[in-house]
Design a protein around this ligand. Structure first.
Ligand SMILES: Cc1cc2nc3c(=O)[nH]c(=O)nc-3n(C[C@H](O)[C@H](O)[C@H](O)COP(=O)(O)OP(=O)(O)OC[C@H]3O[C@@H](n4cnc5c(N)ncnc54)[C@H](O)[C@@H]3O)c2cc1C
Length: 455
């Protein structure tokens, strides 16, 4: 490796350049970067379309926010027949069947992180065309001329390359597309405000005979007994926040039902105004959020019947970043699409639905007072194709769309569906030597329909 000190040219801490010859250790048709809900779907989808796939993930195991982030429940819906149906079926089978909840969020599928780890691992390894590389962080894209021909990754033994025909960026943060030169937006169009980061945690030992569930700040559930009997839970949360018994900006402690009796998935902690792309800001988020877990639990034990003897089973291993880069595509999901339920003849995902759930970038609760309704909408194929970047697709929460639209399509079922579509499109392009921008959406739709996707 050749390292050059450029410090004299620069103010502040200066800079270094380094150049290194990187060995190519793998070659494949489709490289998928990031093994979260979208990446798993993309890898399986491309492999089932006959391509060799390398799936690279910076953590040791797959699942992204579902496993590392301990996010539960799985939310959102799309048309029947997608990979999400298969995945949820496998989860429930592995868990011996588990409850399903119906709320204003739609269908809530609780997911146990250990079960999710086993299911994702088995799924990936049961596809013989997939090579899964964990503990492998994306560093940069490889280019041949203007063409993206794979990625460079770091490992404990140094850098190595993975050569590919098509690369699918499923990192959530759009790292690979950005490194390849894609343009992107971060945050709300009006002021750049970014949804807060959180750490989710799971409680056990909740007394089901007395305890409530509460899916969010517009849930009118009442406290059933004790000194606050009859009071709306959401009002008690706000009051205890004002009294300083809940952390600043935590005005609602969401209590989702678990996979087993006595469990709750708690979505409450939050830290505002942080930059998801800055390591110092992310580190500060961890220090800010860890004590909030104990504070929220203390509140529950002290004031909410049935939670007195609950214990914290576990919490997220990764900072929960709700939004970062939205890569600019040749098309995008717009506010209008989500608000009016626009049908698209070029849909890659049909009938996507979730509330427009914008956690307040500037304080507690929701940015717009409450989560507005969306109508089932289509995600156009062009939202998965980064503008001006060849040989690449994006899937998951970093696809092309507005801040409000993103607040709907960022949930896991919809991310899986964009992953499945991007993986299938990547396979079609890799097999035929076409660019993603040249692929007629109808060809992708025909392949998805053949698999049973009702679109
Ligand atoms: C606090 C919080 C609560 C949420 N609640 C819900 C909920 O209740 N229900 C729901 O359905 N959705 C929820 N969401 C949204 C949902 O979890 C995410 O939007 C979704 O998981 C995004 O999927 P993805 O595949 O795009 O990205 P991710 O799940 O983030 O997966 C990306 C993967 O890429 C990997 N990666 C990133 N960078 C690199 C790199 N440089 N090299 C290698 N690998 C890399 C990551 O480690 C990760 O495994 C929540 C999100 C947050 C943050």
């Amino acid at each position: 490796m050749k390292v050059t000190d450029n410090s004299e040219d620069m103010a502040g801490y200066g800079s270094y350049s380094f150049s290194e010859s990187v060995p190519v250790r793998y070659s494949c048709g489709v490289l998928v970067i990031g093994a979260g809900p979208s990446g798993i779907a993309a890898a399986v989808s491309a492999a089932r379309a006959g391509q060799t796939v390398v799936l690279c993930e910076r953590y040791a195991f797959a699942g992204g926010m579902l496993t590392l982030g301990q996010i539960s429940p799985i939310l959102g819906s799309v048309c029947p027949g997608t990979f999400a149906d298969e995945f949820i079926g496998l989860l429930r089978e592995e868990d011996g069947g588990c409850p399903e909840y119906r709320t204003r969020n739609g269908r809530e599928i609780p997911a146990d992180r250990e079960t999710a780890k086993r299911v994702t691992d088995r799924l990936i390894h049961s596809e013989k065309n997939i090579t899964f590389l964990g503990s492998t962080a994306f560093v940069s894209v490889m280019k041949r001329g203007e063409h993206v021909c794979g990625g460079i990754f770091s490992s404990q033994s140094g850098l190595f390359g993975v050569e590919s025909k098509i690369t699918v960026d499923c990192t959530g943060d759009g790292c690979a597309a950005a490194a390849a030169g894609a343009e992107y937006s971060v945050g709300r169009e009006s002021d750049g405000g970014i949804q807060p980061m959180s750490l989710e945690f799971t409680l056990t030992g909740v007394d089901e005979s007395r305890a409530i569930t509460a899916w969010g700040g517009s849930d009118p559930v009442k406290i059933p007994s004790g000194p606050y009997a009859g009071m709306e839970y959401r009002e008690l949360c706000k009051a205890k926040n004002r009294e300083g018994e809940l952390p600043r900006n935590v005005t609602i402690v969401r209590l989702h039902g678990g996979t087993r009796p006595g469990e709750r998935s708690v979505n409450a902690t939050q830290t505002n105004g942080r930059d998801p792309l800055d390591p110092e800001s992310l580190t500060g988020a961890g220090s800010d959020l860890i004590p909030q877990i104990a504070a929220c639990h203390d509140f529950l034990r002290k004031y909410i019947p049935g939670f007195e003897n609950s214990v914290i089973k576990s919490s997220s291993d990764a900072i929960g970043v709700r939004e970062s880069r939205r890569i600019h595509g040749i098309d995008a999901v717009t506010d209008e699409d989500v608000g009016t339920g626009r049908a698209r003849p070029d849909a890659a995902v049909h009938s996507a639905w979730f509330l427009i759930d914008i956690h307040n970038p500037a304080g507690g609760g929701q940015a717009e007072g409450f989560a507005h309704e969306a109508k089932p909408y289509d995600i156009p194929y062009g939202a998965l194709v980064p503008a001006g970047v060849p040989d690449m697709l994006v899937a998951g929460r970093c696809i092309s769309g507005t801040h409000r639209a993103h607040a709907s399509y960022r949930v896991m079922v919809i991310c899986m569906a964009t992953g499945e579509a991007a993986g299938a499109a990547a396979a079609l392009c890799a097999a035929s030597g076409r660019q993603p921008s040249e692929l007629p959406p109808e060809e992708l739709r025909a392949l998805l329909r053949k698999r049973g996707v009702e679109m």
